[in-house]
Ligand binder design. Structure first.
Ligand code: FAD
Length: 655
């Protein structure tokens, strides 16, 4: 098991750290820069595909670091974790290994929008990621800082197209070449840290920013449009100094639900889980924020912060007079610290202490590390194709916070996708795309490359048009087989399990469908349930399961011979039955959209002089965004339905 692997990992770590500057090879298929949430998934995915991969990151011991909150998943984000897992990515299994408090959020709503979430032990999460990466075949992990990209200028045959050939490390004269390079530098690109009135260069506290050379190459050499965003993190609080009796206990689920399709249980036993606590801000908090605004330079800056995970300063300024939730969350099974979610702040440390002590359970609290803010450059993601390759630079892929997103899950999903495509490019395979009709990963990437970002982007279920079909419970059915045969990133053991589950579900649904009884017979068998007379005389087992109070277990107790063999899938079958009518009606719509989505727009199309009726504004939007499909064009801001029809006719005619 993993604990056994960790011993060799530690000695390997020191070996790698010592061997910086001596490269095992001079050429790799894929180089991934950055060992955060995007980089780890990218490197592992490229290696799974069969590409010789090098992961270079500033510090090996920070691989898998959770820069901010020690948690994974949630509403929308949990969908991404399940999908990354269905494509054999790491974060779901890491969450099951490191989770110390599991809950399914949004249970009052339908299962399509349930949010699997876990509070994590920071140390265990890092251990898992490091252990996994350091034992991945075809993957070399190296400590170092990438100073520059090796880039060739456009040649006359492909005007405007640069090509990336590898990287140069700081303090080394040896370039390393590669067919594809994936940049996942997170908040480190021209990163600056802010506490009070103090600013210093940095990507995260304790870590230097990426070198100026890298930013310079992206901006000046490749001509990429770069913007500036900001985020922040709360102070970490000494647990013993908090009076938790003044907060509301929020226990985890009594039976933890694993993230990973491959796991039947989590490492943490149900009774070992730790609770979270809920408390609220007081008017005193707002007063301290207002009094200290002049001492807080982060909040005065222009860069946009995350709207859905705002600092306490932004919250009280936007919604004066309200009380705001603060969650007190454990940082680990044996950690002495608490993470106060909702209290991200950047005022001077003495003011931070005054502020937190305005909250009743924290009235005597001590701060272990103050909160701080970070500002960083991001590359406007409309400059990427759906494979996450930079349109104007062959072989250069970008993933994670560098694309303007926020959150571990968003980063992991992009990392996996960039790793798959970077690996495919290196192995001379064509790029692949995921549609927004089949996955949240497809929604995320389509939103980024066709709409771009104006503030840090995070995933919500409301972003997915077909959320009744894209459920966390069916990520394996949607993606694992595709991942095995079309993408090449899924192992045979996962594939075999997915096929077994798929076949069993199909058999169970067929058995339920075949159980056809009259309404009167069903009423006799399940007298507690009000079977509607409006229904036809005969009802199948699937139709019965659609009734709120009819569980699969009830049906299995009535028809044990037929249904008992499928008991392990009882919850999935109930969900499948309930959503069946929605999914059927989705199918036609999805088919229409898929036809539209898949219609490629020629790469060399000159929108500014296209001989069709388009307004100048529409032409400019299309010219800037260069959507790769008609589907992507329809979702661009400013594109009218009439413009889409004209474009559609032009493409059909031109083809
Ligand atoms: P990161 O996890 O930042 O990883 C980047 C990696 O690249 C690091 O390992 C770094 O060492 C490495 N690297 C950088 N430059 C180089 C180079 N030149 N050479 C080699 N290696 C390099 N998310 C939320 O959802 N909610 C929040 O409230 C939130 N708050 C945050 C607060 C702070 C202070 C920070 C720093 C981040 C916060 N995040 C938050 C964001 C979350 O941490 C990121 O979204 C996520 O970690 C992004 O993953 P990533 O892989 O893109 O980058």
């Amino acid at each position: 098991m993993l604990t056994k692997k960790l011993q060799p990992v530690q000695s390997f770590l020191s070996l790698v750290s010592r061997s910086v500057g001596h490269f095992p090879r001079q050429h790799y298929d894929v180089i991934v820069v950055g060992g955060g949430h995007a980089g780890t998934e990218a490197a592992a995915a490229a290696a799974r595909l069969g590409a010789e991969t090098l992961l270079i990151t500033q510090k090996i011991h920070t691989i898998g670091a959770l820069s901010c909150n020690p948690s994974l998943g949630g509403v929308g984000k949990g969908h991404l974790v399940r999908e990354v897992d269905a494509l054999d990515g790491l974060c779901g299994r890491a969450g099951d290994w490191a989770g110390i408090s599991f809950s399914i959020l949004n249970r009052r709503k339908g299962p399509a929008v349930w949010g699997p979430r876990a509070q994590l032990d920071r140390q265990r999460y890092r251990e898992f990621m490091q252990s996994e990466l350091l034992s991945t075949p075809r993957l070399t992990v190296m400590e170092g800082s990438v100073e520059e990209l090796l880039v060739t200028d456009p040649n006359p045959e492909q005007p405007g197209q640069h090509r990336v050939n590898g990287i140069c490390l700081a303090n080394s004269s040896h370039p390393i070449s590669a067919s594809s390079v994936v940049l996942t530098t997170g908040t480190f690109l021209s990163g600056s840290l802010f506490i009070g009135q103090t600013t210093s260069p940095g990507g995260r506290i304790g870590d230097a920013p990426s070198s100026a050379g890298l930013s310079h190459t992206l901006r000046e050499r490749l001509g990429l449009k770069v913007g500036r965003l900001r985020t922040g993190t709360p102070p970490r609080i000494v647990k013993d100094s908090v009076d938790l009796s003044l907060a509301t206990l929020n226990p985890p689920d009594s039976s933890p639900t694993p993230f990973s399709f491959m796991n039947t249980h989590t490492r943490c036993r149900p009774e070992e889980q730790l609770p979270c606590y809920l408390t609220y801000t007081t008017p005193g908090v707002e007063r301290v924020v207002r009094e200290s605004l002049h001492l807080n330079c982060h909040i005065q800056q222009d860069a946009k912060g995350p709207r859905y995970c705002p600092s306490i300063e932004s919250r009280v300024l936007r919604f004066p007079g309200r009380r705001h939730q603060v969650w007190l969350e454990p940082e680990g099974l044996t950690s002495d610290l608490l993470y106060p979610q909702g209290l991200s702040m950047t005022m001077p440390p003495d003011v931070q202490l005054r502020l937190i002590r305005e909250i009743p359970p924290l009235h005597k609290a001590e701060i272990h590390m103050p909160g701080y803010g970070v500002q960083y450059d991001f590359v406007c993601p409309t400059q990427l194709s759906p494979s996450l390759q930079v349109k104007s630079t062959q072989g250069l892929f970008l993933a994670g916070q560098i694309n303007g997103t926020t959150g571990y899950e968003e980063a992991a999903a992009q990392g996996l996708w960039a790793g798959v495509n970077a690996g495919r490019r290196a192995l001379s395979k064509p790029p692949v795309a995921l549609s927004r009709t089949e996955s949240y990963i497809g929604v995320l990437i389509d939103d980024l490359v066709s709409r771009g970002v104006t503030e840090p982007y995070r995933m919500f279920t409301s972003r997915a048009e077909f959320r009744t079909s894209l459920r966390p419970d069916n990520a394996d059915l949607r993606l694992t087989l595709k991942g095995r045969f079309e993408l090449g990133c899924v192992s045979s053991s996962r594939h075999q399990k997915a096929v077994r589950v798929k076949n069993s579900l199909q058999d169970a649904l067929a058995a339920l469908q075949a159980l056809s009884l009259s309404t009167t017979s069903w009423k006799r068998k399940i007298p507690d349930v009000h079977v509607s007379e409006a229904n036809s005389n005969m009802l199948s087992g699937i139709e019965m399961l659609q009734y709120k109070d009819v569980s699969f277990q009830v049906l299995a107790s009535i028809f044990p011979e037929v249904l008992l063999p499928f008991m392990e899938f009882s919850q999935r079958l109930k969900i499948e039955a309930v959503y069946r009518p929605h999914c059927e009606s989705n199918k036609r719509e999805i088919q229409r959209i898929q036809e539209e989505e898949n219609m490629s727009l020629p790469e060399d199309i000159d929108y500014l002089s296209l001989p069709v009726s388009l307004s100048q504004e529409v032409r400019e939007v299309l010219h800037r965004a260069r959507p790769s499909t008609l589907g992507a064009a329809t979702r661009l801001e400013g594109i009218t339905p009439a413009a889409v029809v004209n474009l559609f006719n032009y493409v059909c005619f031109a083809e």
